[in-house]
Design a protein around this ligand. Structure first.
Ligand SMILES: Cc1cc2nc3c(=O)[nH]c(=O)nc-3n(C[C@H](O)[C@H](O)[C@H](O)COP(=O)(O)O)c2cc1C
Length: 201
């Protein structure tokens, strides 16, 4: 790939990468991506590095008509964890299923025991695929967020999404129109996470 103007492309890519901010689902409104935009977002995942070409991840879109099934899973998971949960807390857990216009579950296939490509590499690939989608959503003008929580490993969620024994639910990908923004977090300085072999840690 040869950008027409490398300096411009680098500046633009930097703006995009640093411009992506978590916009929590309560601040995401309709409309979500249309069909063509959704295809671009989904195709972006395919550009993720994938050692051994295992395609170790998949995404499950939760359409509006299935949101109530997910809401029940969230509610049941909370009740299982906390038998004292109030009706208000259960209602809040349910409500999380309805927020983002586009809601997808990211699933990683961690692989069979002894597979040449270990779970860590598969998870890295999944993370890259997710980030590609977030960046594509950002450049299309949408807000996005990853959400997780204690229900991710619940039996109810695994059953609803038909997860296989080697599959792990990683997080939900939420995408929609930005209805409100919080000030972004301060990103860490590169010096706080980069060192040189042989130098100080
Ligand atoms: C796997 C994963 C799961 C996440 N789950 C949640 C979540 O449940 N709730 C939440 O507020 N943020 C969640 N986040 C988002 C982070 O909190 C967010 O990226 C962080 O606040 C930094 O904000 P930024 O993305 O704007 O830099 C999750 C992030 C990742 C990578």
């Amino acid at each position: 790939m040869q950008p027409p103007d490398t300096a411009f492309a680098a500046e633009w890519a930097e703006t995009l990468i640093h411009g992506r901010r978590t916009v929590l689902p309560k601040r995401l409104a309709a409309p979500g991506p249309d069909y063509a935009q959704l295809q671009r977002i989904l195709r972006a995942a395919a550009a993720a590095p994938d050692h051994g070409e295992r395609l170790p991840w998949r995404f499950v879109i939760v359409p509006q008509m299935r949101r109530s099934a997910l809401a029940e899973v969230f509610a049941a998971s909370l009740r299982e964890r906390d038998a004292q949960a109030t009706e208000e807390q259960v209602a809040q857990a349910r409500e999380k299923a309805f927020r983002a216009p586009l809601l997808m579950l990211a699933v990683c296939d961690t692989g069979a025991a002894g597979d040449e490509i270990p779970p860590a590499e598969r998870l890295v690939s999944a993370g890259c695929a997710i980030q590609n989608m977030l960046l594509m959503a950002t450049v299309l003008g949408f807000g996005s967020a990853l959400t997780s929580g204690k229900a991710m490993g619940s039996r109810g969620l695994r059953g609803l999404f038909g997860l296989g024994p080697q599959e792990q639910a990683l997080c939900f990908v939420n995408i929609g129109t930005i209805a409100g923004k919080k000030r972004g977090r301060e990103r860490p300085d590169a010096a706080s996470y980069v060192s040189e072999l042989g130098g100080p840690p």
